[in-house]
Design a protein around this ligand. Structure first.
Ligand SMILES: Nc1ncnc2c1ncn2[C@@H]1O[C@H](COP(=O)(O)OP(=O)(O)OP(=O)(O)O)[C@@H](O)[C@H]1O
Ligand SMILES: [Mg+2]
Length: 469
């Protein structure tokens, strides 16, 4: 099926087909001055200028002179296009437009044929609603008009004044048009106006969800590129899996060896399923796994949950593949005790010696290590400044060894400067929070620059016991 380019930089990539399907109807809705006319003109002008697709513009209220003036501002010379037989502007009435489009052999249809019109703009469609007071009748009239353009193979763009205060979800046009694009603007921080574009629907193809920032400049509308890279930058063999397929995808394939990722929670959302799934994935990949659990998690639980993944961690600890660090002097299963480094009562100097010993174990094991660490535990024990110093050294060591650092934290429990420091120094950040009774997760930073839309976290009865959709 033929696809038309919109002419708006960055807009076509929001559609999986790469633009609008030929013959479809596209509704552009928004409040006053959001850029509806500009987008419509740009669509028509791009057709003529870049794709050899002649166009027509219909308006009921605005005079052709107004389109000429608005277009000149963007350097689009409609008069030249008209003179070249590529464009026609009609100031007409809703009655006449419907009649002319429907009457076989009408002057308008002959003109369409003669010019080979491929694109049309109706700016705006609102006055059409005067044609009939009844919604069902109005629906039929609009539907007939849309179908008449489709019959001619014309891709039709309609602008609709709405949005803002007016509740526009009920607009007939929303149901009748194949694609709906909403434009809006908001004032953020009392400063610059932020212009936003959102694709509400697009029949027969997938589209990117969410609001996209755009600008209006002397060249018309253009969408700003979000902080996303579509393709993963790191080849798969250099990345480690999180154990959760959807999370690997959100991260652009997984976690590159040598990097440190920060997992945060709002305090309500649980990080524990991720802690366990990440550990199990490390064991599955024959990596060493070191646990420094939070105050809330017991060693008994860790043992039990990894058993659900079919891992006997006491056996693995005996074999040197698993180690534990305890900041809280917790009770632990006897068979794990020899492998738990209890730092709860150590002085800083003793801790440093013990950490160095653990480092030698990493080295002797010849394994890559997945180092899971509860940040708040570290800060509780040694204070933020000492923790930051340890963190910097740890990141460098992880990078040098090709290990993985997996940090878990509740930012609300730490001071904002420490939080900012962690976000800045870690190569990736994964956030989870609870809203309206669902747990959400979003990747807000990765080494490749990729960020994700929020997904919903579901705890399931099957390995890895956590799913993101
Ligand atoms: N070069 C530019 N830089 C920034 N803004 C611009 C530039 N040129 C035009 N604009 C603004 O872009 C907006 C777009 O106007 P446009 O007529 O496309 O909106 P509209 O949605 O059709 O409005 P209306 O509801 O009045 O028909 C205007 O408010 C205009 O001030
Ligand atoms: Mg307008």
């Amino acid at each position: 099926m033929a696809v038309l380019r919109s002419g708006v930089q960055g807009l076509d990539r929001l559609f999986s087909a790469g633009g609008f399907y030929a013959g479809d109807s596209v509704l552009v809705e928004g409040g006053a001055g959001v850029g509806k006319t500009t987008l419509g003109l740009q669509f028509i002008v791009a057709g003529i200028r870049d794709h050899g697709e002649p166009g027509m513009i219909f308006s009921f209220e605005e005079l052709p002179q107004e389109f000429h003036r608005n277009s000149r501002h963007y350097g689009w010379h409609l008069k030249d296009m008209e003179a070249a037989g590529k464009l026609d502007l009609f100031h007409t009435s809703p009655e006449d437009l419907v009649k002319e489009m429907e009457k076989p052999g009408s002057a308008l249809l002959r003109k369409i044929e003669e010019m080979g019109v491929r694109r049309a703009l109706v700016d705006s469609v609102n006055p059409m609603h005067r044609l009939h007071p009844r919604r069902d009748e109005m629906r039929q009239i609009l539907l007939r008009l849309i179908k008449a353009f489709r019959r001619e193979g014309i891709t039709l763009m309609l602008t609709l004044e709405g949005g803002g205060e007016r509740q526009s979800d009920e607009s007939l046009e929303h149901y009748l048009c194949d694609t709906v694009v909403l434009l809006s603007h908001e004032i953020k921080g009392g400063m610059r106006r932020r212009r936003l574009l959102e694709v509400l629907k697009s029949r027969g193809q997938d589209h990117v969800e969410g609001r996209q920032l755009f600008l209006i400049t002397n060249e018309g509308l253009s969408l700003l590129a979000p902080l996303v890279q579509i393709k993963p930058l790191v080849p798969r063999k250099h990345v480690a899996s999180t154990g959760i397929a959807a999370l690997d995808d959100m991260l652009g394939g997984g976690m590159p060896h040598g990097s440190t990722f920060l997992f945060t929670t709002d305090g309500t959302a649980s990080l524990y399923p991720f802690f366990i799934a990440l550990a199990a994935a490390g064991l599955a990949a024959r990596e060493g796994v070191k646990f420094t659990p939070s105050a809330r998690n017991s060693f008994h639980d860790i043992q039990r949950f990894l058993m659900d993944h079919s891992y006997d961690i006491s056996g693995l600890a005996q074999g040197g593949q698993v180690r534990f660090v305890d900041y809280y002097h917790r009770p632990a299963p006897g068979e794990l005790k020899p492998y738990i480094l209890d730092v709860s009562r150590m002085s800083l100097a003793q801790y440093r010696l013990a950490a160095a010993r653990l480092g030698r174990h990493y080295k002797a094991s010849k394994l890559r290590w997945r180092r899971l660490l509860d940040v708040n535990a570290g800060i509780d024990r040694f204070g933020a400044e000492e923790f930051k110093a340890q963190h910097t050294a740890r990141i460098a060591d992880i990078k040098a060894r090709g290990d993985l650092g997996l940090l878990f934290s509740v930012p609300a429990e730490m001071d904002p400067r420490t939080e900012a420091f962690l976000r800045y120094t870690c190569s990736g950040v994964v956030e989870t929070w609870v809203e309206d009774g669902y747990q959400f997760l979003r990747v807000s930073k990765t080494p490749s620059g990729r960020v994700s839309d929020p997904g919903v976290v579901e705890v399931t009865g099957e390995r890895p016991f956590v799913k993101i959709r």
